[in-house]
Design a protein. Structure first.
Length: 391
């Protein structure tokens, strides 16, 4: 009876996916229920509780350093309207907003914390995106208002550089001095170049020198010259021909070991792949009928040398997809909508450590950081659901 029920559930899930329009790059209705893919289990005890009655706001950026320490940036301002938070005078003993930048070790202990306005730089109006480069520097972007710049700090929070300046009005996707509300940064250690998902105001990928900030190249969807014609996210039409420009936000631009750039065109529900120079290679659509925030939020690579697998975070449908990187086929998926460990509410950013463990952050009302422990490549269901630890 249990086996029959599982088969019925699996069949219903495939039908639901087909209705959402993922198409040929995902689950095959004729495939078996099990597939060979990475397996993960959530660690419900990670990270450890924060000190000082601290709580996190919208947890919006995520990076892993060379020591497998996990760094996040969250939005203190998203907590301002909540009762008892930073009230003057305090209305209760709990709680207060944690500093914006937090560093955790592999065991979940909080190590360092810093961030916020300071001398010599312009702290973003709304944090978005964090990266740790090969030199250990911490990069931060911002995605609202005048956030037309990127900041770089040491791991102790010492300011190093600011690229771009806050702009009262958008300067456009062809500006080579400033950005347009940066969503994410990825630094290539070989070429010492930073790939900028630019982002919430602009419609491009920009590549800059990681030391000087000098623009080196940029491109739009399909490698086209970016066009800032109005293309609101909420007017996306799943039945229309694919848009020839990115739709804001352009949410990630991550470089693989073999020199391919994976770009999250979030509201267009597609992942586009380019060479380092911006030549279009291929694209894939996911949950094509998803409206609003879109389905393609962030990507991370598996830690084998070939990076055989690509992990795709979908903060609207509340899952992580495990893809074959060469075909962009969905092998399996884990997670579900919910508040419990292993579930998601607006899963936003995703990253892997050297052991293959996955970390995720959640924005909006999710406001947390989770760890999913890599359990090897084995037979798993196509829909792994909430990956609670085995007994």
């Amino acid at each position: 009876m249990t086996r029959r029920r599982d088969l019925l559930i699996g069949a219903a899930f495939v039908v639901a996916l087909t209705a959402l329009g993922i198409g040929e790059r995902t689950f095959d209705a004729q495939s078996k229920d099990m597939v060979t893919a990475p397996k993960f289990e959530v660690d419900p005890m990670w990270p450890k509780p924060l000190p000082n009655h601290w709580v996190m706001g919208e947890t919006i950026g995520l990076g892993i350093d060379a020591q497998d320490h996990v760094w996040i940036v969250h939005r203190q301002g998203s907590l301002a309207a909540e009762a008892n938070l930073d009230q003057k005078p305090p209305t209760a003993s709990c709680c207060s907003a944690a500093p914006p930048v937090l560093e955790f070790d592999a065991a979940g202990n909080l190590l360092r914390h810093w961030g916020g306005p300071g001398t010599g730089y312009d702290w973003p109006q709304s944090n978005h995106g964090l990266a740790i480069d090969h030199k250990g520097n911490v990069w931060i972007g911002g995605n609202v208002g005048t956030d037309s710049h990127i900041l770089k700090f040491t791991q102790d929070g010492k300011f190093i550089a600011q690229f771009g300046k806050p702009q009262p009005k958008p300067t456009g996707s062809n500006d080579t001095e400033n950005f347009g509300r940066v969503a994410k940064i990825f630094v290539d250690p070989k070429a010492n170049e930073a790939y900028i998902a630019d982002g919430y105001g602009n419609k491009r990928v920009a590549v800059i020198d990681a030391d000087t900030g000098k623009f080196k190249r940029y491109w739009g969807a399909y490698g086209n010259k970016p066009d800032d014609a109005q293309m609101p996210a909420y007017q996306y039409d799943p039945g229309a021909a694919p848009a020839q420009q990115f739709r804001t936000p352009v949410h990630c631009a991550d470089l693989s070991n073999d020199g391919l750039v994976y770009v999250c065109d979030r509201p267009n529900n597609r992942l586009q792949v380019f060479t380092r120079e911006g030549k279009f290679v291929k694209e894939a659509f996911f949950f094509k009928k998803t409206l609003g925030d879109g389905a393609v939020w962030d990507v991370a690579f598996s830690k084998d040398p070939e990076q055989k697998y690509l992990f795709l975070a979908d903060g609207k449908n509340e899952r992580v997809y495990i893809l074959l990187r060469d075909t962009l086929e969905i092998l399996s998926t884990f997670g579900d909508g919910g508040r419990q460990p292993g579930q998601f509410f607006a899963v936003h950013s995703i990253a892997t450590d050297t052991k293959g463990n996955i970390y995720t952050t959640e924005t909006y009302q999710g406001r947390r950081l989770q760890k999913f422990v890599f359990k090897g490549v084995t037979q798993v269901p196509r829909d792994q659901g909430t990956t609670w630890p085995a007994k």
